[in-house]
Design a protein around this ligand. Structure first.
Ligand code: MN
Length: 285
């Protein structure tokens, strides 16, 4: 099968979100507002507490999923339904906000390195008002597939050798791999036909077919939706996210933390949030 073409290679842009967290936005920026079904990809990596300590205090979501994958540091999550937990290094939280949650995401550390990603994945219209749901996995629960010079952490989807990630999500059938390659190692993977796909550089450099410029840290590569994925690590090796999902092809209307199909549904979301119908955070004594 032919290789997936590279459609675009772009830098993540500095952004501030939450109560003042400094991050890099790769999807959800002017050059790439969305890559159906992906609505946003933020990367954060800092050992300066002032960049992250303010965290993401109480805020709502409706209509999509938030996927938080931590490489370093710890984040505490609390929501209005009483759900609470800490994401540890290498751990993952896959939250389907559905009809709505109010939650907080705060660093569980006062210093040291905090590094990770948050990806927003859209939900189809008929599932936007489903009850909220969580899937959470520690580093030990995420399967690692090893090939020569290669480690693949399989969070969602299935590799061509059959390693399957723990995430169950049939609506957009996502694939989410964290791939590490030693210098010069070639990597080939099958991706579901018709899925939109992207790469995000974590470390090193990755040479892409028919491309002069390699994928490097904090850059995003948008791939075509057909064909296999081929790449080769540069002389310092490569680490990157490889993510794919089935496009929904539905209208996307954003209103801050809500993503729906119509402006009326956005108004309703704000109204439901204001009136407490998405829940309220318990007061911490
Ligand atoms: Mn959130």
């Amino acid at each position: 099968m032919s290789a997936r073409p590279l459609l675009a290679l772009l830098d993540a842009l500095p952004a501030t979100d939450g109560a003042g967290v400094e991050l890099l936005r790769a999807i959800g920026q002017p050059a790439l507002m969305e890559l159906d079904p992906f609505l946003l990809l933020d990367a954060f990596r800092s050992d300066q507490p002032e960049d992250y300590i303010a965290g993401f205090p109480d805020h709502p979501h409706r209509g999509f999923e938030t996927v938080t994958y931590l490489l370093e540091g710890r984040m505490r999550h609390r929501d209005s339904a009483g759900h609470e937990g800490v994401i540890e290094p290498g751990g993952l939280q896959w939250m389907s906000a559905g009809s709505g949650v109010v939650h907080s995401e705060m660093p569980e550390q006062r210093n040291g390195l905090l590094q990770g990603f948050q990806l927003w994945i859209n939900l189809p219209a008929r599932h936007k008002m489903d009850p909220p749901a969580y899937q959470e996995f520690s580093a030990e629960q995420i399967p690692q597939e090893r090939r020569p010079g290669t480690v693949i952490r399989v969070i969602a989807g299935k590799t061509r050798n059959g390693t399957r990630g723990p995430i169950e999500q049939t609506l957009t059938d996502p694939l989410y791999f964290d791939v590490e390659l030693e210098p010069g190692i070639r990597f080939e993977e099958s991706l579901p036909a018709g899925h939109n796909a992207f790469l995000f550089g974590i470390d090193g450099s990755l040479e892409l077919p028919a491309e002069q410029e390699p994928l490097t840290r904090d850059r995003l590569a948008v791939l075509g939706s057909e064909g296999d994925f081929h790449a080769r690590a540069g002389d310092t090796g490569a680490r990157f996210l490889l993510v794919a999902g089935k496009p929904l092809g539905e209208p996307v209307v954003r209103g801050g933390p809500f993503v729906m199909n119509t402006q009326e549904e956005i108004h309703q979301a704000f109204e439901d949030y204001r009136s407490g119908r998405m829940g309220r955070m318990a007061t911490v004594a």
